[in-house]
Design a protein around this ligand. Structure first.
Ligand code: ACO
Length: 330
């Protein structure tokens, strides 16, 4: 009997309407369109502005569209998994809130949190549920309200991040040539010093002091993260190609985490891929953390065809990093 594979059979996104441009940022901090475009490659990002709405709102909007476009009865969904570094609350899990909002009553679910590599790490987890043979329909959501933890007084981080959510239907496929074919994933806790949001957890519970010291916002030592990300993403992407004896011409597209255009370019160069083979939309959406890879899959859905071999590659807080080989199945 051939091996079951986990395949994405539907993908939908929610993007907030509000567009925060580089021009608007120049009125908030000492920065310029020229600096942001040349150092990072971002022109604008989407921001969820309305009070009282969090990641579950965006995730539920994407999941509602997904149920409709895949013609799925909510009662048939068995598992809801949500990756977020910006869940609605510490608990309960945002996956539960989304399931309730979209009328999924017969599933269980949980959240994951692996920084910007979270799509890769969580897809690998979802793969194992599918390959067990017990799960036929899993909704996998990546959603981030990064604006809620971004310090709009810190010019070194506030141009970087944006908000979005993507919902994917993951199902089994009996043809082992399709779906998630391989993963190489890493963590190295040494990176925790360079990229974190320290306030509000059990180490530094929220207090007047944590608020005063701006500890509830993202802190990043950009150059340190950059150095590790360039090497980590390029190495692991080349490694997955080597492991499968792949040449540049075998790969339809690299779908990278969208944190910095220079990191993406270095990864593509190491893989020997021409620019046309890299799906890049950082200019429009900024860094939406683990949502950025599925957001690019959704954004470029008309370009991707059944049988296309894709490499997903990411680097994020932790440090976490990895690459996955995936053959598009519909
Ligand atoms: N506008 C103008 N000047 C700025 C800005 C800004 N927005 N931000 C920083 N600068 C200045 C700095 O003050 C510094 O000035 P100085 O030389 O006078 O001290 C100068 O620009 C250079 O600053 P660097 O921090 O060295 O800038 P760098 O070229 O490294 O770019 C960036 C910063 C974009 C953050 C880059 O380091 C980066 O992309 N790092 C990796 C990000 C990443 O991959 N993160 C992982 C995923 S995210 C996640 O997991 C949540």
């Amino acid at each position: 009997m051939s091996k079951l594979r986990a395949i994405i059979t539907g993908i939908e996104a929610y993007l907030p309407d509000y567009v925060l441009t580089n021009e608007e940022l120049t009125h908030m901090v000492d920065t310029s369109d020229e600096w942001i475009m040349s150092r990072v490659g971002i022109k604008e990002r989407r921001i969820l502005k309305k009070d009282g709405l969090g990641t579950s709102f965006m995730g539920a909007e994407a999941a509602k569209k997904l149920l409709k476009s895949t013609n799925t009865n909510p009662d048939d969904v068995q598992l809801v998994v949500c990756h977020s570094v910006t869940p609605d609350m510490q608990f309960p899990a945002t996956a539960n809130v989304i399931a309730d909002k979209v009328g999924i009553k017969h599933a269980w679910g949980f959240d994951t949190n692996s920084g910007c590599s979270g799509f890769l790490f969580t897809f690998e987890t979802v793969r194992m549920f599918i390959e067990s043979g017990e799960y036929k329909k899993i909704i996998f959501i990546c959603g981030e309200r990064m604006s809620g933890i971004t310090d709009y007084k810190d010019r070194s981080t506030c141009p970087l991040f944006g908000d979005a959510a993507v919902a994917m239907m993951v199902e089994p496929c009996e043809d082992e040539n399709y779906g998630l074919l391989d993963s190489i994933l890493h963590v190295d806790g040494v990176g925790r010093k360079y990229l974190f949001q320290v306030g509000g957890g059990s180490l530094y519970p929220a207090s007047e002091e944590t608020v005063k010291k701006r500890m509830h916002y993202i802190h990043q030592e950009g150059q340190q993260v950059f150095r590790h990300a360039v090497v980590g993403m390029a190495d692991v992407s080349a490694e997955i190609m080597d492991r499968h004896n792949l040449k540049a011409e075998d790969i339809a597209y690299l779908v990278p985490h969208q944190a910095n255009l220079r990191i993406i370019d270095a990864t593509a160069k190491r893989m020997g891929l021409a620019k046309e083979k890299v799906l890049i939309d950082i200019e429009k959406f900024g860094n939406t953390a683990a949502t950025s890879i599925p957001l690019a899959l959704w954004d470029f859905r008309d370009k991707i065809h059944k049988g296309d071999l894709l490499v997903f590659s990411a680097f994020g807080a932790g440090f976490t990093w990895g690459a996955e080989l995936y053959r598009w199945a519909y």
